[in-house]
Design a binder for this molecule. Structure first.
Ligand code: ATP
Ligand code: MG
Length: 448
């Protein structure tokens, strides 16, 4: 080993690679999203990773964890302050306004599946780059929208194979009735301020609702008998909340009323909800969170437009799937043909041959780096292909190829320009064979 081996560069803390063996989870989730979320009329769209930092300070709120502690900002040479997006709702609203989507028939239903960036404390299920599936329904203030969103989140988890979570729901009122609640909350916490963490002491002055979202034990304890928003809801908000719950009852979505659910972002109004793992799960981190944000579009320069949405942390879902040992099928169809190449000339001719199989819609595989017939046939066997095509020096000269039925070891020499049709014909005549018995492989090897 060389003494001067170069030092390896490590990934950025809290950011991780998604390796080939994990891709099947991503593909699986993507398929479930397409089958369910698109069926319900949501269209996929994407926004840039970078936005003007102001977009988030004006929407998520200056005193939230996301803005105060977690956002990644950078200054360009021209002096602009940009931010790596920490969440997807504000960019969605920005894009909705900027692209004139407000003239489309409403509601506009969008979904995204994109990476988000937050300077969070890294641990299982908490990363600095992570992915969110987000759903947003813009332009409809009715209770049915809140219920549909919660119903879909529930159905999605169910279709992914997860069931060990509960749906927590609350209403945090609106600009008319929330101020009285905020005042009551401030009076309550002011009397207990010595038990609050340093952050919450600041929150007491700046954003008292955030204290309810604090994860410190002392603050959770102090919040136990805090006033509840339900007692402060005005008639409109109370009815809205009541109807959302009735819709959920009708749709048979079980839920738990959590009077202290406040959510960590400032733009929410009325309904807020979280999908939280049951106590027996190894992580209690929220899987899906969302709510109504009826003022955000106005706040970002649009006209008064009600909206609601949620976001799901994809990495947390995958961790939960692994913990529950959800069966995820390996991706793609099984290859039917394996091309065994022996020597220089066959290797040169293999690429066009391979391409003609792809064009014919027949999934073929090969292993260019392997030279021995034995090791290549072993791979063919492992892949469970129906045919091995053996392409040696002699065959390359004659423009022929050997077609071997893997389950019997029977082989036949075929003209090269007829091979695709021959394979096609045989696949049509007889369905794909099961795994090759061990004997037949040994036998086949001996014959060549
Ligand atoms: P938490 O309370 O766990 O910090 P949050 O309230 O900050 O979550 P939201 O902004 O509501 O989270 O984001 C919605 C979902 O995105 C969360 O429920 C979670 O599944 C996921 N999520 C949030 N932050 C992270 C992170 N740092 N790493 C992985 N997933 C995350
Ligand atoms: Mg957070």
């Amino acid at each position: 080993m060389s003494k001067n081996k170069a030092k390896q560069v490590q990934s950025v803390r809290g950011m991780h690679d998604i390796l080939p063996e994990d891709q099947k989870y991503w593909r699986y989730i993507q398929k479930k999203i397409e089958a369910l979320i698109e069926y319900y009329g949501f269209e996929r769209f994407s926004t840039p990773i970078l936005e003007q930092a102001e977009l988030f300070t004006r929407s998520v709120g200056e005193t939230t964890d996301i803005i105060a502690k977690e956002i990644y900002t950078l200054k360009t040479k021209g002096g602009d302050v940009l931010a790596l997006r920490p969440e997807g709702t504000a960019p969605t609203v920005r894009a909705y306004l900027e692209n004139g989507m407000h003239v489309k028939p409403h509601p506009v239903k969008l979904y995204y599946l994109d990476s988000m960036f937050r300077h969070d404390e890294p641990q299982a299920g908490r990363y600095r780059q992570f992915h969110q599936l987000g759903l947003e329904t813009i332009g409809d203030g009715s209770e049915a929208v809140d219920a549909e969103l919660i119903f879909l989140a529930n159905k999605l988890l169910e279709s992914i194979g997860l069931d060990n979570y509960n749906v927590q729901i609350n209403s945090i009122g609106d600009q008319n009735c929330r101020p009285a609640y905020i005042k009551a909350l401030r009076d309550y916490f002011r009397n207990r301020s010595k038990n609050l963490c340093a952050n919450c002491k600041v929150r007491l002055k700046e954003n008292v609702l955030r204290i309810l979202d604090c994860k410190e034990e002392g603050c959770k304890e102090a919040a136990k008998e805090a006033p509840q928003m339900v007692d402060f809801l005005d008639e409109h908000c109370r009815l809205h909340f009541k109807h959302v719950l009735e819709f959920l009852d009708e749709a048979k979505v079980p839920y738990i009323l959590n009077p202290y659910l406040a959510r960590g972002l400032d733009y929410y109004t009325r309904t807020v909800f979280e999908f939280v793992p049951d106590e027996n799960a190894s992580s209690q981190s929220t899987l899906i969170a969302g709510g109504r944000y009826d003022r955000l579009i106005e706040q970002l320069g649009g006209s008064k437009t009600p909206a609601a949405g949620w976001a799901m942390g994809v990495e947390r879902i995958i961790l939960a799937m692994k913990e529950k040992q959800v069966h995820v099928p390996d991706s793609g169809p099984k290859p039917k043909v394996f091309l065994v190449q022996l020597g220089e000339a066959p290797k040169r001719k293999a690429l066009p041959l391979f391409e003609s199989f792809r064009k014919a819609g027949i999934d073929a595989k090969s292993s260019l780096g392997r030279d021995s017939i034995k090791s290549q046939l072993r791979i063919a066997h492992r892949l469970g292909v129906r045919f091995a095509l053996i392409f040696g020096q002699k065959e390359a000269l004659d423009s022929t190829i050997i077609l071997r039925e893997m389950d019997t070891g029977v082989q036949e020499t075929i003209l090269l320009d007829r091979i695709v049709d021959e394979v096609k014909k045989r696949l049509k005549d007889k369905p794909i064979a099961g795994p090759l018995p061990a004997m037949a492989e040994e036998d086949a090897l001996a014959k060549h």
